[in-house]
Design a protein around this ligand. Structure first.
Ligand code: SF4
Ligand code: FES
Length: 364
């Protein structure tokens, strides 16, 4: 089959999206609801729409409408257009506008910022303003336990978290209730949260609707340094291989390891889900065997300053100062009195506030 003029060979039954992923780069359609490790996912969000210019060698007629690439199987000789189709780009702009009708633009205070697929889509396809004139949806705030924060107004109803509950916890006790404008993740989510693997819902949520309470407001993700680490977890279903999001020697957050499509990596052919003990209770570097800096895709803001090797630029200050050595002028902590160097932000209870940053001696 051919996608955007690039020809690939894939096994029969492969979806167009998976075939495009074998090529990678821009020809791969974005996917907000499809998740290759979750059976039955896909077909909900329409961000992966593509144009089929020729159905197959046997029947080369074009398909009359754009199709969801995550749910359409390839055919021998199929010709698909993604970024080379104006219709697709136009439709994707429309889908993003539709998703953003109700989604708040609170990226500056959202913990998912920097690793949010909708934020990336907004940059690629979003309009500068909204045409929507009604009030956005709002929901009663619901506390779903000590580990996961639910922001229902950010949910795009991709159903991934319900598939997680269905497929990797013992029993699914939450789901999408109601339809249309009233559709919401149901009130019974609090029961699913008690399960040992509930934290994986955070990892699969493509937006900031489900975020990690133990990391909430403690740091921006691009200020932290992702490190691959592992431990011998007693839970047989847990792969024990994680990414530690560190700053200095503090562990701020633990997540499953992600691949280039934002999905959990597979180990020995199995998805690398992690248990809640590894995710929420092992927050010391000493709990882990740290392997090294995590691979982070360069398209993401998180990749800023994340280099495997330290390459120091040539120091030119001595040349500038005519051969003299500069003197250290000040120690920022003792002079500014803003930060308390002994305060470990990753260990404070709840979100960080200004009190946690201010040195008590300088607080008036
Ligand atoms: S909470 Fe997140 S994972 Fe669950 S349906 Fe909403 S957007 Fe999808
Ligand atoms: S990723 Fe295909 S419809 Fe959502």
């Amino acid at each position: 089959m051919t996608i955007d003029n690039i020809t690939v060979e894939v096994p029969a039954g492969t979806s167009i999206l998976q075939a495009a992923r074998t090529i990678g780069g821009d020809v791969t359609p974005p996917a907000m609801c499809f998740y290759s490790k979750l059976e039955g996912s896909g077909g909900k969000c329409r961000t992966c729409l593509v144009e089929v210019a020729a159905g197959s060698t046997a029947d080369p007629r074009p398909m009359p409408k754009l199709v969801a690439s995550c749910r359409t199987a390839v055919m021998d000789g199929m010709i698909v257009k993604n970024i080379t189709s104006e219709k697709v780009v136009d439709a994707r702009n429309g889908v993003v506008e539709f998703l953003l009708i109700n989604h708040p633009l609170d990226c500056p205070i959202c913990d998912q910022a920097g690793e949010c697929h909708l934020q990336d889509l907004g940059y690629d396809h979003g309009g500068a303003g909204t045409r929507y004139q009604f009030a956005r949806r709002t929901f009663e705030r619901e506390d779903i336990g000590p580990y996961i924060q639910l922001h229902m107004n950010r949910c795009i109803l991709c159903y991934r978290c319900t598939y997680i509950a269905d497929q990797i916890t013992n029993q699914r006790v939450h789901g999408v209730v109601d339809r249309g404008d009233h559709a919401a993740i149901s009130t019974y989510i609090s029961k699913a949260i008690e399960n040992d693997f509930s934290g994986n819902m955070i990892d699969v949520c493509p937006v900031g609707a489900l975020t990690d309470k133990t990391f909430r407001f403690k740091n921006r993700v691009w200020f932290t340094k992702p490190m691959y680490a592992h431990r011998d977890c007693e839970n047989p279903k847990c792969c024990g291989k994680v990414t530690l999001w560190m700053r200095g020697d503090e562990v701020y957050r633990v997540t499953a390891r992600k691949d280039e499509w934002g999905e959990v990596q597979s180990f020995d052919g199995k998805p690398g889900w992690i248990c809640n003990t590894c995710r929420f209770d092992k927050k010391h570097a000493s709990d882990w065997k740290v392997e090294g800096v995590a691979e982070i895709s360069r398209h993401s803001v998180i990749s800023q300053n994340k280099y495997k090797e330290l390459v120091m630029p040539e120091e030119t200050i001595q040349k500038v100062l005519d051969g003299r050595n500069p003197k250290v002028l000040l120690d920022i902590h003792s002079v500014s009195q803003v930060n308390d160097p002994d305060r470990r932000l990753s260990e404070i209870e709840g979100p960080a506030h200004s009190d946690d940053f201010n040195n008590p001696s300088s607080a008036k």
